[in-house]
Design a protein around this ligand. Structure first.
Ligand SMILES: Cc1cc2nc3c(=O)[nH]c(=O)nc-3n(C[C@H](O)[C@H](O)[C@H](O)COP(=O)(O)O)c2cc1C
Ligand code: SF4
Ligand code: SF4
Ligand code: FES
Length: 615
């Protein structure tokens, strides 16, 4: 296939749209994201294909493997297009019924439809399910709708039209103006103005410049960028093409961790397809601009997500941060002017160029424009990926979209921004999704990792978890981070082990302040945040651990007795059923008893007992 012009792209789009809207062919959009792969969607795809052939329906049914649809908790899942019927938790044995009932008899397969856990109503159509209906998708606009390995699918959804406009109709300054006026801020965590960053690099002198995409995504609980790359890799490529024209770069790199094999594979396919169509390479779209992209696979160190460390890693050196200035826009990769943008940031760009900065800036709040993608995880019913308009409240996101807390437990806190972030307690749940508003309550927007915690979470243990991660990931270059995070972890370990001392809280606060003020890079500068925010909102839990040698949430094993209080035990036997070590004896209408010699301290029985009877 030769180089495509804008007219060729329009023709491909029209042809593909015709196919898509052909009502005589039902499209089964089966999720092929990492989550659904793990729950069996590949086997399901084979089974569907076999059944379609068995029934001679090859001309009436098309099976499309998409990227992550977002509602990962319900996987493997499938959307029937164009009707929009949503089937969830499908297994191979459901396949004959799907084909017989839905395709041949034109009836819904009731048992696979979504049932609202609150109203108990069956909701057949995806658009009516609260998880989807409250969302607004820009970065995730193609998720679950296209085959990420087919470039024509992307083109059918207006793909590459933003790049064509930028390359053929706009000057670099006009592109920068459009992105600046959109108000787009970097989605990688820091929230810096994307247009301004591009302007700095545009003004830097030099023949050689680079556009880099940060797909390192090291935050525990985060999978926004992986899902975008798996579901819509061309959107990121198109964003990079537009950025390359804005700053005058001929080469781009996508830095993606090796732990994301599906994302790397789909990106590789997408880059090759774009090259085959002449959408990457020399003089794209018949313009004078040339640009190419390579994937660089990182080994998965959290610090390599930091911009200067990432560039060193691409240069083949050990990924360690360096002081700034000089900033990458002046001296970046191989000391050449470079911009680094996050996956989600870049996937917003084609829409901004196509629809205009004004359109984008009309969404959101005064200082936070557009939408934001979040990965909901932890103690929440609807684990998955959501994109919401800026300004929506945390409460709406967690309860209306996320479906609230499972097992009738109470909400305790939400951790935003991963290891660099903080937790937000219940009293601040009305806080809007907005960079400044979230910072005001002691957390950060971060890159979009959202971990919801129920009443059984020990906040000291939670701080310890993040500090363990941070000290493990510290590159060791500067002393405050290397040594300070270790000392903080030692103190937290002591507190959780029942060895806390009266001055530990003061020590934690002092050490945190020193690290924040003197560490070289963002890892150290933000690393103590989870400790400080738990101290701010949950100091009573620290006091209980230190002075009463008690863990109120019953998560710290060293502070528990592993005994059942016969006065509190209601003889229900739930703990007995939960114990896989056979350490609990119980008979109907009798109090349960733990045999400590058999107990492996897994804590499984604690969360099952509804009467707080296990001490
Ligand atoms: C320790 C550390 C890890 C980071 N990891 C990531 C990451 O995985 N992905 C990312 O986009 N940004 C990460 N960042 C932020 C980047 O340094 C940089 O600000 C961002 O990629 C810029 O893109 P943006 O302006 O589009 O947000 C990290 C920063 C620090 C300090
Ligand atoms: S703050 Fe930590 S991770 Fe960053 S350079 Fe210093 S030691 Fe390395
Ligand atoms: S802590 Fe675990 S092993 Fe011990 S009694 Fe409870 S469930 Fe059984
Ligand atoms: S992987 Fe299938 S919905 Fe996320």
């Amino acid at each position: 296939m030769g180089k495509l012009t804008r007219e060729d792209i329009k023709k491909i789009k029209e042809k593909k749209l015709k196919e898509l809207h052909d009502a005589s062919v039902t499209k089964l959009l089966l999720c092929g994201g990492t989550g659904c792969h793990a729950t069996g969607s590949l086997k399901l795809k084979d089974a569907l294909q076999k059944e379609v052939i068995n029934k001679g329906l090859e001309k009436k049914v098309k099976i499309v493997e998409t990227g992550c649809n977002g509602f990962c908790a319900m996987g493997p899942l499938m959307l029937v297009y164009p009707e929009g019927v949503f089937y969830q938790k499908i297994s191979e044995k459901d396949v004959p019924e799907i084909i017989e009932e839905h395709i041949i008899n034109k009836k819904h397969v009731q048992k696979l439809l979504y049932v609202d856990p609150v109203t108990k109503k069956t909701i057949p159509y995806q658009k009516d399910i609260p998880f989807f209906s409250h969302q607004m998708t820009i970065a995730l606009r193609n998720k679950g709708l296209i085959d990420p390995e087919v470039i024509e699918d992307y083109i059918a959804q207006d793909g590459y039209m933003g790049a064509a406009k930028a390359l053929l109709d706009m000057t670099p300054e006009e592109i920068i103006h459009e992105v600046k006026s959109s108000g787009l801020r970097g989605r990688g965590g820091a929230g810096f103005s994307t247009g301004l960053k591009w302007e700095f690099a545009n003004k830097s002198k030099g023949e050689i410049k680079y556009v880099l995409c940060n797909a390192d995504e090291g935050d525990p609980g985060a999978f926004m960028d992986r899902s975008i790359l798996e579901a819509d890799p061309h959107a990121v490529i198109e964003g990079m093409i537009i950025a390359s024209k804005a700053i005058g770069a001929k080469q781009g790199y996508i830095y993606c961790r090796t732990e994301y094999p599906l994302a790397v594979s789909r990106l590789g396919i997408a880059i090759q397809q774009a090259k085959n169509y002449g959408l990457l390479g020399e003089k794209m779209f018949g313009s004078t601009h040339s640009f190419d992209i390579e994937i660089y696979q990182g080994a998965g160190a959290f610090v390599c997500g930091e911009e200067t460390a990432l560039m060193r890693s691409i240069e083949g050196k050990r990924g360690m941060p360096r002081p700034r200035p000089p900033f990458p826009a002046q001296k970046g990769l191989w000391d050449k002017p470079s911009i680094l943008n996050n996956v989600e940031t870049l996937s917003n760009v084609p829409q901004i160029i196509s629809k205009g900065g004004k359109w984008y800036s009309s969404l959101g709040t005064e200082t936070s424009k557009g939408t934001k993608v979040f990965a909901l995880s932890g103690d929440i019913n609807n684990i998955g990926l959501v994109e919401v308009p800026m300004g929506i409240s945390l409460k709406k996101m967690i309860f209306d979209i996320g479906g609230g807390i499972p097992n009738k437990k109470k909400f305790k806190a939400v951790q935003l921004g991963g290891p660099s972030g903080g937790c937000v307690p219940e009293k601040y749940l009305d806080t809007p999704v907005d960079y400044e508003a979230i910072a005001k309550v002691g957390a950060i927007m971060g890159s979009g990792g959202v971990i919801i915690m129920d009443e059984d979470t020990c906040m000291v243990d939670m701080a310890r978890f993040f500090m363990d991660f941070i000290q493990d990931e510290s590159c060791g270059k500067c002393t405050p981070c290397r040594e300070g995070t270790k000392r903080i972890l030692e103190i937290l370990n002591r507190i959780c082990d029942g060895q806390g001392e009266a001055d530990d809280i003061g020590k934690l606060e002092n050490l945190s302040a020193i690290i924040i003020n003197s560490a070289l890079c963002g890892l150290g500068q933000t690393g103590p945040n989870p400790v400080l925010s738990t101290l701010k909102y949950f100091k009573d839990e620290y006091y209980a651990h230190i002075y009463e040698k008690r863990c109120p949430a019953k998560r710290c094993a060293a502070l528990l007795k592993f005994e059942i209080d016969p006065n509190l035990c209601q003889k229900c036997g739930l703990c007995f059923k939960a114990c896989s070590a056979g350490a609990i004896t119980w008979k109907k209408k009798e109090v349960a008893v733990i045999d400590k010699s058999k107990c492996v301290k897994c804590l499984g029985c604690y969360s099952k007992c509804k009467f707080n009877a296990i001490l």
